[in-house]
Design a protein around this ligand. Structure first.
Ligand code: MG
Length: 378
């Protein structure tokens, strides 16, 4: 094992679903690793800069220890959730890329090997306009996707009687059911279809909609109520045969513990490059597996963060499907160097390339940097 010490850490911000933060970790022997985390914004860049003094001089091989060292040093300012965890997640993914390259092994191999050779994706096709939504779904199916997600909540819905309360007016209810019915008719019965409610409804509204959507055989109904009250989520789940999914804004094992132990959902959806990183993501998946809860990560990353999530999805038994949120953002495919498309027929194949297995295309990434910011020092 080659002795390595962390010598520098840099970040860049790249346009995508908002801005992703890419983290690059340099070592004294010239080996580097790159990770991606998202939804922390500029705050994450500052946090990572502050954390760099805790990492420089450390061995990059002790990934879990470094994760916990950074987390515990922030217990009084965010070491449980939010931007601090997202920042540590970006560092953790870069460390896995670096260590994989140091051992010339793909990350999934270091995590315990794989259950499957390729990772099924679902395409986010959400648009509040029905025709545009159906058009998105047809585009995704034409690309080979066999799983889709649409949105039915709409705060601007003309049928909504009060934009602040969480209840559902009769016409809003009818509009939602008609919307899902029209999409199901358009895509057919063979395609997996998930429906997102973005945690915007109360318990009775959620129960009504979940039962009304049962004939459409959804893959899941996502966050019909806010996930903060797990007791309410559990009651919604118990009221319907429609599978319930939640967790895109929860962090770490602690954030998922009661959701899993109370069996308040059928499916969990941690956002691995936001809420936990690869090692913790695997632990969350394993916790869910002992309750026969499926694992379907939320994901809005570019190719690097998406592929990082794939390494976790490959190595757990209860993986269902991974999100892909860039149907209408073609520059996703340009951000990395590849000899063939990363996504083929709605799947991402794992390769035997070391680390995460993808390298940034610097020229393409530079075109999408946050205005006024610079690329990594090469
Ligand atoms: Mg969602």
């Amino acid at each position: 094992m080659e002795a390595l010490r962390i010598s520098n850490i840099q970040t860049i911000e790249v346009e995508g679903h908002g801005y992703s933060t890419y983290v690059r970790i340099y070592t004294d022997r010239g080996k580097i690793g790159t990770g991606e985390c998202i939804h922390g914004g500029a705050g994450v860049t500052d946090i990572i800069r502050d954390m760099s003094s805790q990492l420089i001089g450390e061995s990059p091989y002790n990934i879990d220890m470094l994760f916990e060292k950074l987390r515990r040093s922030h217990l009084f300012n965010g070491g449980q959730s939010g931007n601090v965890i997202t920042a540590i997640t970006g560092i953790e993914i870069a460390l896995w890329d670096l260590v994989g390259k140091a051992f010339s092994l793909p990350v999934y191999q270091l995590l315990g090997g794989k259950f499957r050779d390729k990772i099924r994706l679902y395409a986010d096709c959400g648009d509040r306009d029905l025709e545009k939504c159906i058009s998105n779904c047809r585009d995704a199916i034409a690309l080979g996707f066999n799983a889709l997600k649409i949105d039915v909540d709409d705060n601007r819905n003309i049928h909504k009687l009060d934009k602040w309360n969480w209840s559902l007016s009769p016409n809003e209810y009818n509009a939602m059911v008609d919307f899902v019915s029209a999409v199901r008719d358009a895509v057919g019965k063979q395609v997996d279809l998930a429906v997102d409610m973005h945690a915007r409804y109360d318990a009775s509204a959620a129960r009504k909609i979940a039962v009304a959507l049962e004939p459409f055989q959804l893959m899941w109904l996502e966050e019909p109520v806010p996930p903060e009250n797990i007791d309410v989520m559990r009651e919604v789940k118990r009221s319907t045969h429609t599978p319930i999914c939640a967790g895109e804004n929860l962090y770490l094992r602690h954030g998922f513990r009661r959701l899993i132990e109370e069996q308040a959902v059928d499916i969990i959806m941690p956002d691995i490059p936001k809420c936990c990183g690869l090692s913790e993501g695997r632990k969350i998946a394993n916790m869910a597996d002992i309750y026969q809860i499926a694992f379907a990560p939320h994901n809005v990353c570019g190719p690097l963060g998406t592929m990082a999530s794939c390494h976790v999805c490959a190595g757990i038994p209860n993986f269902l499907v991974l999100e892909w949120h860039w149907l209408k953002r073609p520059h996703w495919h340009d951000l990395v160097h590849t000899d063939k498309p990363v996504i083929e027929n709605g799947y991402i194949a794992l390769t035997d390339k070391p680390g995460i297995g993808l390298e940034l295309n610097a020229e393409a990434v530079k075109k999408h940097l946050k205005p006024g910011t610079d690329y990594f020092d090469e």
